[in-house]
Structure formats: structure tokens, C-alpha cells
Ligand binder design. Structure first.
Ligand code: ADP
Ligand code: 5GP
Length: 200
């Protein structure tokens, strides 16, 4: 990929559903030590109450998503929960990086692998739950999914946890502010290494 020194970095955050990724992300965006901008993904899943187009996701119809996919507009895209598509738009990330900002991608383990292959300079972070029981409590407590959907997400949980070791950093989201502090520290260290460090 590009070796421009001034370009921002891609930061990938993954973790099982319900672990607290979006909660952590919101806090981190408020207090990041680097100019971090969230890359808004596209999805065919329907919006949850309160979710907004262009803010939480670009909510697309199946055929709109398929068209973009055929045109090669995604850096990565996969079918995840309930057969719904999720994807990172090439333009979205390029816009963020070319402005000198760092792009925060909150994506699943398949998407993360694809990004790592394309962009070895990406910073990759996996968010872990304190334990599985707490993860189940958070997922059911959020109350946004039907029992069927919760079962699907729980079934996927163990498979996803097995990928934690593929990431450069693992952060346990037990105490929220401690987890966010750790993320800040990681970004600070990465910014000190500079953008040429990850080419080894
Ligand atoms: P994800 O984006 O990973 O699916 P969410 O951010 O939606 O997860 O969090 C799932 C639930 O867990 C939410 O109800 C959220 O308020 C709660 N939560 C997140 N982080 C913590 C934490 N550190 N301690 C306790 N509850 C948390
Ligand atoms: P949710 O439906 O809870 O918003 O997200 C479900 C899963 O999709 C999460 O694991 C989230 O990280 C992942 N996801 C969100 N956007 C993308 C994306 O653009 N690409 C990929 N590969 N996964 C995504």
C-alpha cells in the first residue's frame, strides 16, 4: 500500500457481539490522543431504534449493496448476522486518511483479516469480555435483538474469541474507563512509532 509518511493509520477494533465495542468506541472518539475518525460501514441489516443513516451505518437495500460490491467499492465486505451484509467503503476510508486523520473500523474478524492483508500498517485491537457469563448478560441486557438473533450471536461468540490472538493488541472491557485508557495508550504508542514502523 501507500508509504506516504503523513498519512493517517487504519485502526481496526473487533470483538464478540455485546462485548461493548460501540460503547468503547464512543468514549475513545471523544478522547483520542490521535485525530481519530470513525469509518461508517454500510449494511443491509435494518436500523435499530435510534440508529441513523450515515451516522451509525449507511443502511442500504440488498440491490444497492450488491451494486457497490460488484463495482469494487468495498475494501472488505462479508455476510454476517442473519445473512445481512456489512462492508467498509473504500471511499469512506480514503476520505479520512487523505485528510491526515486515523480511520477507526469496527468490523468482524473476517473483515479484519482482509484489512490486515491489504494494509500491514493497520493497528489491530481485539476487545475481550471479562468472562463469558458477563458477555451473555450484556448481550441480553441490551435488549435490541430477538431471542433467535441472540442465540445466533452467542453461537458465534466462541468462534470469534478464538481469533483474538491474531490481533496486535487484546483489551479486556471490564471497567469501561480502564479499557478506554488502555486504547488511548495503544494509539499514543503507535503514533510515536510513526507510520513506517509496521513494514518489518
Ligand atoms: P457491541 O457494540 O460490542 O455489540 P455494546 O457497546 O452495544 O456492544 O454493549 C453491549 C451492552 O454492554 C450495552 O448495554 C452496554 O451499555 C454494556 N456495556 C458496555 N461496556 C460495558 C462495561 N465495561 N461494563 C458494563 N457494561 C458494559
Ligand atoms: P451490529 O449488527 O451489532 O451493528 O454488528 C454486527 C457485527 O458486524 C459486529 O461484529 C461488527 O463489528 C460487524 N461489522 C460492522 N460493520 C462491519 C463492516 O463494515 N465489515 C465487517 N466485516 N464487519 C462489520
Amino acid at each position: 500500500m501507500s508509504h506516504q509518511v503523513r498519512e493517517g493509520r487504519i485502526v481496526v477494533i473487533s470483538g464478540p457481539s455485546g462485548v461493548g465495542k460501540s460503547t468503547v468506541r464512543k468514549e475513545l472518539l471523544r478522547s483520542s490522543p490521535v485525530p481519530l475518525v470513525r469509518s461508517v460501514s454500510a449494511t443491509t441489516r435494518p436500523p435499530r431504534p435510534g440508529e441513523r443513516h450515515g451516522v451509525d451505518y449507511y443502511f442500504l437495500a440488498e440491490d444497492q449493496f450488491a451494486q457497490l460490491r460488484e463495482k469494487g467499492e468495498f475494501l472488505e465486505c462479508f455476510q454476517i448476522f442473519g445473512g445481512h451484509w456489512y462492508g467498509t467503503l473504500r471511499q469512506e476510508v480514503e476520505r479520512i486518511l487523505s485528510a491526515g486523520n486515523w480511520a477507526l473500523l469496527e468490523i468482524d474478524v473476517q473483515g479484519a483479516r482482509r484489512i490486515r492483508q491489504q494494509n500491514p500498517n493497520a493497528v489491530t485491537i481485539f476487545i475481550l469480555p471479562p468472562d463469558e457469563e458477563e458477555l451473555v448478560r450484556r448481550l441480553t441486557g441490551r435488549g435490541t435483538e430477538s431471542p433467535d438473533r441472540i442465540a445466533e450471536r452467542l453461537a458465534r461468540m466462541k468462534a470469534e474469541l478464538a481469533f483474538a490472538g491474531d490481533y496486535q493488541y487484546q483489551v479486556v472491557n471490564d471497567d469501561l474507563s480502564a479499557a478506554v485508557n488502555q486504547l488511548r495508550q495503544i494509539l499514543l504508542e503507535e503514533s510515536r512509532k510513526g507510520s513506517t514502523a509496521a513494514t518489518e
